[in-house]
Ligand binder design. Structure first.
Ligand code: SF4
Ligand code: SF4
Length: 336
């Protein structure tokens, strides 16, 4: 919706702050929702910055998306939930407008704990969860932590058990926790010492989001995914909604014709890094992608030019995800 935010978190990969002022125009949002619907998109996520800062626009966009049949999600820092009544009021309005799922973040960074200040009242998360359960809105909570963090997955469960009066099983049933580490882009790249960032050892795998989850940005960019690496380079740009007619279908066509994206889909950035002989510390899949597409962009292009045919045949067409790839191509009705 905008990169404007009333918080100023150290780990913010989009460098959101109170002084940003680049709102996504409502008419453009509606047009993109219309086109997305025609192309078969199912889920829309309104995020920022803090998307509730312009509540009227958010409610109108939610209503418009719901009328078109989208599943809707809002990602918010939850600053508005100063009391349970206030949380009920804001969430009821969003629910009436068509909200299906609310996502917020409960961690040291949002609470500003690294600076030893509880500048955000942790009670707001209790009010949000309580109100969401009452209104039957699905709730996801992001937990980002580093080696010094107080709030871990275990801490969060105990916190909600204690303050919601639920059993651990009930907490797990109502809240979908998503654990992550700070991405080394945006403000995080300067504000968080590298050695504090934990390494999430995920299996080496292809990226399942690329080409499926598009990022639509207030400045006009359309990106081929929403991973944090997109904020460090234009290598993921596939279109521009400000300058093009039917920008989503053109973007989809461009994405489908880019072999590097297919390579990321089938092999994933970690395997590709290994293949071209780069052995650097990676913290998660999008961090590996940033190392590949930003820090070693020239090397990957050189390697790619020299091995294009092998990549197309062995890595993309004969890969272990071949069946899934063919199904995906058929469903998207795209050319390769
Ligand atoms: S991480 Fe979220 S809450 Fe924090 S500054 Fe960025 S957009 Fe705002
Ligand atoms: S791994 Fe790369 S392509 Fe996949 S979501 Fe992350 S940044 Fe995007």
């Amino acid at each position: 919706m905008d990169y404007k935010c009333n918080y100023f978190c150290d780990h913010c990969s989009v460098s959101a702050n109170p002084y940003c002022n680049n709102p996504f125009p409502l008419e453009a949002i509606k047009k993109l929702l219309d086109e997305g619907k025609q192309l078969g998109f199912k889920l829309v996520v309104f995020t920022g910055g803090e998307p509730t800062l312009d509540m009227d626009k958010l409610l109108t966009a939610l209503r418009y998306a719901k009328n078109l049949g989208y599943i809707t999600r809002v990602v918010t820092n939850g600053y508005w939930a100063t009391t349970f009544e206030k949380a009920m009021d804001v969430l009821s309005k969003m629910k009436d407008a068509g909200l299906d799922e609310i996502n917020t973040s409960f961690d040291d960074y949002h609470l500003d704990i690294p600076k030893r200040r509880w500048s955000v009242d942790p009670a707001q998360y209790v009010y949000i969860v309580k109100a969401s359960i009452k209104l039957n809105i699905r709730i996801g909570i992001g937990l980002i932590y580093d080696s010094n963090s107080l709030i871990t997955r275990d801490f969060a469960t105990k916190f909600f058990v204690l303050f919601l009066g639920l059993t651990p099983h009930e907490v797990e049933k109502h809240i979908k926790f998503v654990v992550d580490v700070p991405a080394r882009v945006g403000r995080a790249s300067t504000e968080i010492p590298d050695e504090k960032i934990l390494q999430r050892e995920l299996p080496i795998s292809g990226c399942s989001d690329i080409g499926k989850v598009y990022g639509l940005h207030p400045d006009g960019r359309i990106t081929v995914c929403c991973g944090h690496a997109i904020f460090a380079t234009d290598a993921y740009d596939i279109g521009n909604w400000k300058t093009e007619e039917n920008p989503l279908s053109k973007s989809r066509e461009r994405a489908s014709q880019n072999l590097i994206y297919w390579w990321l889909w089938t092999n994933g950035p970690k395997k590709i890094l290994k293949e071209i002989g780069i052995h650097e510390r990676t913290t998660h899949i999008c961090d590996a992608c940033k190392i590949l597409m930003v820090d070693h962009r020239d090397e990957i292009i050189e390697y790619f030019k020299a091995h294009k045919d092998e990549i197309l045949i062995n890595d993309v067409l004969l890969n272990t995800r071949a069946r899934e790839t063919v199904e995906f191509i058929k469903k998207q009705e795209v050319k390769v």
